[in-house]
Design a protein around this ligand. Structure first.
Ligand code: PMP
Length: 288
């Protein structure tokens, strides 16, 4: 039996889980979302995900019609009802149904949707051999448009970049910001290793503040590595000793080639492998 979908306080069969075609989430990408993961029945960093969802909503001036605690409870209850232990959780809050015009004041009833499902992962061999990426011509959005820190339903930029990657035979693509600095990949944050230090673009590089990114920074610091958040350009990536991406679905995945250049030895590096191992211990352990 497929998992039921939560919409506005009720659970629906997948085939009955529907919102209006006049919903501005559909018409204009007007809404926010989260991608969350549960390991062995425990939701990883639920509070951080709920907080990021509400911050995104504040940024687009959208009032989520329930408290943060009620949202967290709805997520865990939906997961429990569907008897899922290892799962991917998608939370979506749309502006709600309105007129065909843009005006958000004409919408009513923001829709809170929680989908829980089996997780679909990158193929296992990519963790052993690493990903190849290209730099996309499509840039991450300017912070004065939809700020990349907002996890909005408007992912078209990232989708265009992902298509560029796919056309070049790559599963991920690197996106630069409006200044030409390295920002992040279409659905993952990027890190490099250089001379034993771990570097990643700072938040003001125009990135999503990834929750896996945060966890990996903590783990790297605990392991005694120096972590530097800074402005990075493609030279930094091309000349890195190691490179990896972080994200809820990807966890920690090595990158071994960028724009045709092998990175480091061209194989996943030791620090990347160590951080992946530590990340697995974290999510499967008691202190996540
Ligand atoms: N950047 C973008 C653009 C993303 O969509 C994601 C996935 N949510 C990430 C980074 C990684 O964030 P997280 O670790 O919170 O999944």
């Amino acid at each position: 039996m497929s998992p039921k979908v939560y919409i506005g306080g009720k659970l629906y069969e997948k085939s009955e889980a529907k919102v209006s075609v006049f919903d501005h989430g559909l018409l204009y990408g007007d809404g926010v979302f989260e991608g969350i993961r549960a390991y062995s029945g425990r939701v990883f960093r639920l509070k951080q995900h709920v907080d990021r969802l509400y911050d995104s909503a504040v940024a687009i001036h959208l009032q989520i019609p329930m408290t943060r605690d009620a949202m967290a409870a709805a997520i865990t209850d939906t997961l429990a009802h569907n008897k899922l232990t290892n799962a991917y959780i998608r939370v979506v809050v749309t502006r709600g149904a309105g007129s065909l015009g843009l005006d958000p004041r004409k919408t009513t009833d923001p829709q809170v949707i929680i989908i829980t499902d089996a997780i679909s992962l990158y193929p296992e061999e990519l963790y052993e051999h690493g990903l190849k990426i290209i730099t996309a011509a499509t840039i991450r959005s300017h912070p004065n448009t939809v700020n990349p820190r907002v996890k909005s339903l408007n992912y078209l930029n990232n989708i265009l970049a992902k298509m560029e990657g796919a056309n070049a035979g790559c599963l991920e693509a690197l996106m630069l910001n409006h200044k030409g600095d390295v920002a992040e990949c279409t659905g993952d944050n990027i890190f490099i290793v250089r001379k034993g230090e771990i570097h990643t673009p700072s938040i003001d590089s125009g990135i999503l503040e990834g929750i896996t990114r945060d966890a990996v920074i903590e783990l790297a610091c605990e392991a005694g590595y120096k972590v530097v958040e800074r402005t990075m350009d493609r030279y930094d990536v091309y000349t890195a000793d190691e490179c990896f991406l972080t994200g809820t679905a990807a966890e920690v995945i090595p990158v071994v080639e960028c724009d045709g250049r092998p990175l480091g030895t061209g194989s996943p590096g030791p620090i990347t492998k160590e951080l992946l191992k530590r990340f697995h211990e974290l999510v499967h352990g008691e202190r996540s």
